[in-house]
Design a binder for this molecule. Structure first.
Ligand SMILES: Nc1nc2c(c(=O)[nH]1)N[C@H]1C(S)=C(S)[C@@H](COP(=O)(O)O)O[C@H]1N2
Ligand SMILES: [Mo]
Length: 328
């Protein structure tokens, strides 16, 4: 098993990652990341700067423990280790805060106080929840899931949250509801990611599921990770986790959930429809137009960024639970 060892993100020169100006940086970043040899040749920063960055990062992760969580025994044992917290917390996609993986510091500007999630549209009982409501009304549990990004990197993450089906039972979608749209926090004064001021990108970030997909037992809302509240870089205070789909389907920092009759436009699918399809199920036999999806770079060890190449499984290994949703 070959491990590639590359420097921590804060040891990578910004210009070799991407400059966060327009969304095309996503493409350039991919090329750069895949050329790991280039990254590996960059000299590390001094120990002094490193420990400051490290302790700042640790502070962003050192959040209140969520009491009384039951680990769900159905979603505990995997054939691979949990990704180290310090690595998962510094290698993120959150375009509202920049076009590369290194957004953890900028994401600290996300204002999560007095958070509200509006549930609206074709439902019997529309609701606006605050975070305490959500944590009190829905049974919180821990689930260890594989996580597979469309860019062919993967992790294993221990989420804390509740199944989406519990929300469905609380609000009762009516028979016209066929799709659900999830909207992320958006404020161009705060979010500073690529193209924010160009007015040409389809902000806010939105994602959508078919109602039957949302009702699947695996579909999950995370309010925590590693036993504590969700760090901002992971999409605090509440985000979607859909483990059989590529990571981009899991919108972060959700403010609105709407039940709709027809399929709504979604962020990446609107920008580049031939590369990011609406369904976005993990599928090793269907290559992305610019790279294979047959294998993935599994990131597990910390604190330094390293990975191991593994086969990608259909539906990210969750076929027995979800393939019924896609049978013709
Ligand atoms: N609002 C919002 N949600 C988002 C994204 C984003 O840019 N903005 N990126 C998506 C992508 S591409 C991935 S892989 C995951 C990354 O989640 P993580 O950083 O917690 O690992 O978030 C998804 N949700
Ligand atoms: Mo992703």
């Amino acid at each position: 098993m070959a491990f590639l060892h590359i420097p921590k993100p804060w040891q990578i020169k910004e210009n070799l990652v991407t400059s966060p100006s327009i969304y095309f940086n996503r493409r350039r970043f991919l090329k750069t990341a895949l050329g790991a040899g280039i990254i590996a040749s960059i000299a590390p920063l001094t120990g002094c700067q490193k420990s400051l960055a490290e302790s700042t990062l640790e502070k962003t992760l050192n959040l209140a423990k969520i009491p009384g969580i039951t680990p769900n025994p159905n979603w505990q044992n995997l054939d691979r280790p949990i990704t180290s917290e310090i690595l998962a917390g510094q290698y993120n996609n959150f375009y509202e805060f920049g076009g590369n993986k290194k957004i953890w510091l900028k994401a600290q500007n996300l204002p999560t106080e007095n958070w509200r999630v509006e549930v609206t549209g074709l439902v019997k009982y529309p609701q606006t929840y605050d975070l305490d409501d959500l944590k009190a009304k829905f049974p919180l549990e821990e689930r260890i899931y594989r996580f597979r990004c469309v860019e062919a990197w993967s992790m294993v993450l221990p989420w804390v949250g509740f199944p989406m089906v519990a929300l469905l039972q609380a609000v009762e979608p009516d028979s016209r509801a066929k799709f659900v749209r999830f909207t992320s926090f958006y404020d161009p004064e705060i979010t500073t990611g690529p193209g924010f001021h160009l007015g040409s990108l389809p902000w806010p970030y939105q994602e959508s599921l078919r109602l039957e997909e949302m009702a699947n037992e695996l579909a999950f809302f995370a309010v925590g990770i590693y036993g504590h509240d969700l760090p901002k870089q992971h999409g605090a205070p509440i985000r979607m986790v859909i483990p059989w789909k590529y990571g981009f389907k899991g919108a972060k920092s959700i403010v609105k959930i709407e039940f709709l009759e027809t399929q709504p436009p979604t962020y990446w699918n609107t920008l580049v429809p031939n590369e990011y399809d609406f369904e976005a199920n993990v599928n090793p036999t269907k290559p992305h137009p610019r790279w294979s999806q047959a294998t993935e770079r599994f990131i597990s060890n910390g604190p330094g960024l390293s990975w191991e190449v593994k086969e990608t499984l259909p539906y990210n290994g969750y076929g027995e639970y979800v393939s019924y949703l896609y049978s013709v």
